[in-house]
Design a binder for this molecule. Structure first.
Ligand code: NAD
Ligand code: MG
Length: 400
């Protein structure tokens, strides 16, 4: 029986993870569940899964959850970052699903790596911010990182050493990272500039949380994933090509020196990479419908357009600048996306805020978590200032 801590259990990835766990009650136990402040959803999950621990980041929400669960289940309720760290590194835990959204996921993801857990990594922001620290911690403690991001999971599956336990790049010439292109793939620059949060969150193929949905619409998601791939597979950004593939069936590819290209295909359902991560090195049922190639009939591929989607260029520039530039890029993006979703700025202002923040905050060597967190804080402050300046051009479709 594998004891699993699901961090971010109430989110899109968290719910899909619990769905896969529920299909294999003899094999996995949801030993701990953790979320920000959604008491009702976490309480419902506790009733079904009876975890040993439930963690609410928000202390008031933790108090409410404790009161709600009183007399109903034996789950112990913990609060705040300490509670998260505790379950992420607890001796009884075998695997940690890191599915908190954004920079908030970094400390617990790092704690799981340092404790040598099987790390199911959905929280790409932690690798973008602190890839060097996270990979070093995992190596030192012998933690196996299984990428849950569908593209990286696909690459992991197509790499030569995936079955042997560690990614290896022997004979690999390139990694081909696919991108759906998001909901605005075929929109004009003018139409994109006027896009509303509802339009940005309406992804054509994937149902995801709101932050990553906006990242998919700006293509920052692909920029973050480029950086994620470089850390996970130890490659330079120049060895990663981005290919737009609107159907989201080919989840990514690995090109070899002999001309072979291996791809992983499947319906766009995150339960596939989640089940792969949970079951690895075995394959387990994920509840996903088989792929019907005849019904699909055609798959399309095109080059990304960096003129309409400048976030891709910004992420590449941050990767090239290295050091804390990637943490700065990530923080500025989080602030800009939050402001866009709240109706404070227009869609076109997202890359503008990121670019201005990257120009203002000089990168330094990311020697410790403290250094990374300081860069994150500085970048948030600068980005918030730029957001405030752009607030005179609000997005009329924004949700205030
Ligand atoms: P979501 O918004 O649906 O869920 C986020 C979860 O994190 C929730 O459980 C929420 O309670 C929790 N959370 C938010 N802020 C927190 C905080 N400060 N402290 C503790 N918990 C907090 O997000 P999602 O779409 O499930 O994405 C989660 C992560 O997985 C992101 O890093 C995303 O980039 C990555 N990812 C998601 C998908 C997808 O299909 N949804 C695919 C690939 C990668
Ligand atoms: Mg992805």
């Amino acid at each position: 029986m594998q004891q699993v801590a699901v961090l971010g259990s109430t989110g899109s990835i968290g719910v899909s993870t619990l769905d896969v766990i529920a299909r294999h009650p003899q094999r996995f136990r949801a030993w701990a569940l953790a979320a920000n402040r959604s008491v009702d959803t976490l309480a419902a999950q506790c009733r079904v899964f009876q975890p040993r621990y439930a963690v609410m980041m928000d202390p008031d929400a933790a108090d409410t959850l404790r009161a709600v669960l009183e007399g109903e289940c034996d789950t112990e309720v913990l609060a705040g970052p300490e509670g998260l760290q505790q379950v992420a590194s607890h001796a009884e835990v075998d695997a940690v699903m890191a599915a908190i959204v954004g920079a908030a996921g970094l400390p617990s993801t790092l704690a799981a790596a340092e404790a040598g857990k099987r790390l199911l990594l959905a929280n790409k922001e932690s690798l973008v911010m602190a890839g060097h620290l996270l990979m070093a911690a995992a190596r030192k403690a012998g933690a196996v990182i299984l990428p849950i991001d569908s593209e990286h999971n696909a690459i992991f599956q197509c790499l030569p050493a995936a079955q042997a336990g560690a990614p290896g790049l022997e004979g690999v010439s390139k990694i081909l990272l696919t991108a759906s292109g998001g909901p605005f793939r075929s929109w004009s620059a003018e139409a994109i500039a006027a896009a509303t949060p509802a339009q940005a969150c309406a992804h054509p193929n994937w149902s995801m949380g709101r932050k990553i949905s906006v990242d998919s619409a700006t293509l920052m998601n692909k920029g973050l994933e480029l950086i994620e791939a470089c850390w996970l597979f130890d490659v330079a950004p120049s060895r990663v090509d981005i290919v737009v593939h609107p159907e989201s069936i080919v989840h990514s590819l690995v090109q070899y020196v002999d001309g072979s290209v291996l791809a992983q295909l499947g319906n766009p359902d995150m339960r596939t990479p989640i089940a792969y991560g949970l079951g690895w090195p075995q394959r387990i049922d994920a509840g996903v419908a088989p792929l019907d190639l005849v019904a699909l009939s055609r798959l399309h591929f095109e080059a990304p357009d960096e003129a309409r989607f400048p976030c891709l260029r910004l992420a590449r520039e941050a990767a090239a600048a290295s050091g804390t530039a990637m943490a700065v890029c990530n923080a500025a993006n989080e602030i800009a996306v939050e402001a866009f979703l709240a109706g404070g700025i227009g869609f076109a202002a997202i890359p503008e805020v990121i670019e201005a923040t990257l120009a203002a905050v000089s990168p330094v060597e990311p020697t410790s978590l403290n250094v990374v967190e300081a860069a994150d804080r500085d970048a948030r402050e600068v980005a918030a200032w730029h957001v405030a300046r752009k607030g005179d051009r609000p997005n009329p479709g924004g949700e205030k």
